[in-house]
Design a protein around this ligand. Structure first.
Ligand code: NAD
Ligand SMILES: O=C(O)C(=O)C[C@@H](O)[C@H](O)[C@H](O)COP(=O)(O)O
Ligand code: ZN
Length: 361
């Protein structure tokens, strides 16, 4: 087992990466406060892993709640089921919530933990590649609104993150690819050597080679932990994790939550950011081809929805609601080079329009 640390002073926490850890009482015990535990999962993950996970919390007064599966259920309404379970079972302020599932369950459970009685502890047990490399680390929690992704939420850090890579054995190929979009993102924004390693090892990752997966998860989590430790609440640097997301979140909301997976929307959105970085005179067409190639090899979309599926105006309206918008300016994460991202609102607006028009024709 490998252990990384998210260094946030007295709120620092470990990320455990290994195999066969899901039922380990020894591992979770130090991170459970009080006597009451609520495991939050969904209807797909529960039959696969709930029983095993419950074993780890057998010494506590443990309950579970099973939510509907899908991005379309990442809503305040569905979240109420968690509050019903907590209040209905008289959970007190020292209780611990456990997120067992992908990023949707992690974001919702974290937000429930942030809000219940103004804040209780929670543990992340991510079971998708995307959640293991990104969403379980860093404390962004929340739910969607019909007009925008993750618009209602809170920063709330977990007590620990338990990444059992065995859970990836049951993940659908499409979901594995979606996770790779966020893995590739780390290479693009801050880590050229990791991008080069991914170019070398992509087939191994697609074939679920345990060693390759473990290395990709570790390097991704290390990149995430380093930046979160420097900028927990996204005053600046942390926004780099949003590469491809201003376009991608617009695709997710615009097409209807769940139609495009988050990772798929991030992939196409990354190509839009890459195209615009080329228009800005930074990336070369060789860079563009190289980035498109790795995303395509990962079985990810490299073109956004067609103009018929999503108009330029719809894109712009949704992007105008992005959380990085400042004084009406849509700020974007662009690339100076592979491995070197920056955030800017200082670009000719026509280049954004050109990206939305030309990239799709
Ligand atoms: N908080 C953050 O920093 C952050 C970062 C990235 C993404 N996100 C959010 O995460 C969400 C996407 O997460 P996701 O890609 O994990 O999607 P997801 O949570 O919807 O999971 C994908 C699918 O895999 C299923 N599943 C989960 N684990 C499984 C397993 N081991 N075997 C078989 N099936 C399994 C789920 O039930 C679901 O159907 C989005 O809502 C996105 O906004 C948040
Ligand atoms: O942790 C972060 O910071 C990220 O931006 C990670 C992203 O991959 C993730 O999709 C996040 O939820 C997007 O954040 P948002 O603030 O744009 O909703
Ligand atoms: Zn993301």
């Amino acid at each position: 087992m490998k252990t990384l640390t998210v260094d946030l002073g007295e709120r620092s926490y470990p990320i455990f990466i290994g195999q066969g850890m899901l039922g380990s009482a020894e591992l979770v015990k130090p991170y459970v406060q009080g006597t009451q535990v609520l495991i939050v999962t969904n209807e797909t993950v529960a039959p696969l892993y709930l029983q095993q996970c419950e074993k780890a919390f057998a010494d506590f007064d443990t309950h579970s709640v099973v939510l509907q599966d899908g991005e379309q259920y990442k809503t305040l309404e569905e979240l109420n089921k968690v509050f019903d379970a907590l209040i209905g079972n008289r959970f007190d302020r020292k209780c611990t919530l456990v997120a067992l599932g992908g990023g949707v369950i992690g974001d919702m459970t974290g937000f429930a933990a942030a809000a219940y009685q103004r804040g209780v502890n929670f543990i992340q047990i991510p079971t998708t590649l995307l959640a293991q490399v990104d969403s379980s680390v860093g404390g962004k929690t929340g739910v969607n609104h019909p007009l925008g992704k993750n618009m209602i939420g809170a920063f709330h850090q977990p007590e620990c993150v338990i990444i059992d890579t065995d859970t990836l054995n049951t993940l659908e190929d499409r979901q594995l690819s979606a996770g790779l979009a966020e893995v590739i993102k780390y290479g693009l924004i801050v880590d050229l050597p990791f991008f080069e390693w991914l170019e070398e090892n992509l087939e191994k990752l697609l074939a679920r080679d345990p060693q390759a997966l473990s290395e990709a998860i570790e390097r991704s989590c290390q990149n995430k932990a380093d930046i979160v430790a420097k900028d927990e609440k996204e005053a600046g640097l942390r926004a780099l994790f949003n590469l491809g997301h201003t376009f991608g979140h617009a695709i997710e909301a615009g097409m209807g939550y769940g139609v495009w997976l988050h990772g798929e929307a991030v992939s196409a959105g990354t190509m839009q950011a890459v195209y615009m970085s080329m228009l800005m005179g930074d990336l070369t067409s060789e860079d563009e081809k190289r980035i498109a190639k790795i995303l395509d090899r990962a079985n990810l979309p490299i073109m956004p929805p067609s103009v018929e599926e999503m108009s330029k105006q719809k894109f712009l309206d949704l992007m105008a609601g992005d959380k990085k918008v400042q004084a009406g300016t849509i700020r974007l994460v662009l690339l100076k080079a592979i491995g070197q991202a920056y955030v800017t609102g200082d670009y000719p607006y026509e280049l954004l329009e050109q990206t939305l028009d030309e990239f799709r024709s």
